[in-house]
Design a protein around this ligand. Structure first.
Ligand code: GLN
Length: 324
């Protein structure tokens, strides 16, 4: 199949990718949070939203699942906005770790988490937000994610309770951070906000809309509401580009070449700057904790549409803007 040159052909491409990758049955749903083991492993959605708000979708795009780590770039953006670069960088770095998302490891020398996309960094960022807003921190996060999605979001209390009960590894990370003075205040209070933010329910369509909002310099292309200033968007996209897919981030940059973030709930977002937001949902995960079908679909979309930042198709006026 050649590169689509009309919106109809783009829809045909998405339908074909959905049909083709529905038979990719590699990977397993996350079970370390017991409630996540209950999801239907074969649900599968692909949604694209342009920076102008035009939507293309295939499959299960209105099924709700938990956002998990896809919340991390947004809480990082909120912390930067509230505290500034200087203060945030005293607590968390911006280097890829090359380690799994849940590694119990801090940067040698500084004792900071490597970056805000892995659990140690994200828990630190959430603790900073809790330090700023106290008990209102989680409401601020839900509010901001709702502005990005363009509809009111809520928390899946079963998933939250499930992770709160069993999240001993994250608890260990939080206490390590307290030990090194990276996390001030109550570890348990920060963890509570973190577990709740991870349990925010979204659909694949919400994810595509959130990604489109980032692609549109922080303004939701459908509601017109500004969710983030361009300065924070630039910072969020930079970290998503280098660290968003954990220890697959280098391969992702090489093969797909756009900022992205995955979550163990099965979601993936990818952002094509000034052009497009992509959201996928399929809960079977690979060894890195990234959705198998989500990665495969994004790789093929990037190559078909020339989305990679360094692709020759992506020179000057964008390919997508030319056909939309
Ligand atoms: N809540 C999950 C955890 O902390 C999020 C991890 C993820 O989505 N990669 O383990």
């Amino acid at each position: 199949m050649t590169t689509p040159s009309t919106t109809h052909e783009l829809q045909v491409l998405i339908d074909r990718l959905h049909a083709e990758y529905a038979s990719l049955n590699q990977g397993n749903v996350a079970t370390y949070i017991p409630e996540l083991a209950l999801v239907k492993p074969d649900e599968f959605g692909i949604c694209l939203v342009t920076s102008e708000g035009q939507m293309f979708e295939a499959g299960d795009c209105d099924r709700q699942f938990t956002i998990q780590s896809i919340s991390k770039p947004f809480t990082f953006g909120m912390a930067l906005e509230a505290l500034g670069h200087e203060a945030v960088s005293q607590h968390v770095g911006v280097e890829p770790s090359g380690e799994p998302f849940n590694a119990i490891e801090l940067q040698s020398g500084t004792n900071r988490p490597h970056n805000p996309m892995i659990n140690s960094g994200a828990i630190t960022v959430t603790a900073l937000l809790h330090g700023q807003h106290g008990g209102a921190a989680i409401d601020r996060v839900v509010e901001r994610l709702s502005a990005l999605a363009g509809r009111p979001l809520s928390i899946d209390m079963n998933v939250y309770e499930s992770e709160r009960r069993t999240g001993h590894r994250n608890r260990a990370i939080a206490h390590l951070l307290v030990n090194f003075g990276m996390l001030q205040g109550e570890a348990e209070a920060a963890l509570d906000v973190y577990f709740r933010q991870c349990a925010i329910q979204v659909t694949c369509r919400d994810l595509a809309m959130m990604a489109a909002t980032l692609s549109n310099m922080g303004r939701n292309p459908v509601t017109g509401q500004s969710a983030f200033d361009i300065r924070e968007v630039k910072d969020m996209l930079s970290i998503m580009f280098t660290c968003g897919m954990y220890d697959y981030s280098g391969q992702w940059a090489y093969r797909v070449g756009v900022p992205a973030k995955s979550g163990v709930g099965g979601g993936v977002i990818a952002v094509v700057n000034r052009q497009l937001g992509i959201g996928t949902y399929s809960p079977r995960l690979d060894v890195y904790g990234n959705s198998c079908r989500g990665v495969a679909v994004c790789e093929e979309l990037a190559s078909r549409l020339g989305l990679h930042v360094f692709d020759c198709l992506n020179v000057g006026s964008s390919y997508l803007n030319a056909i939309l």
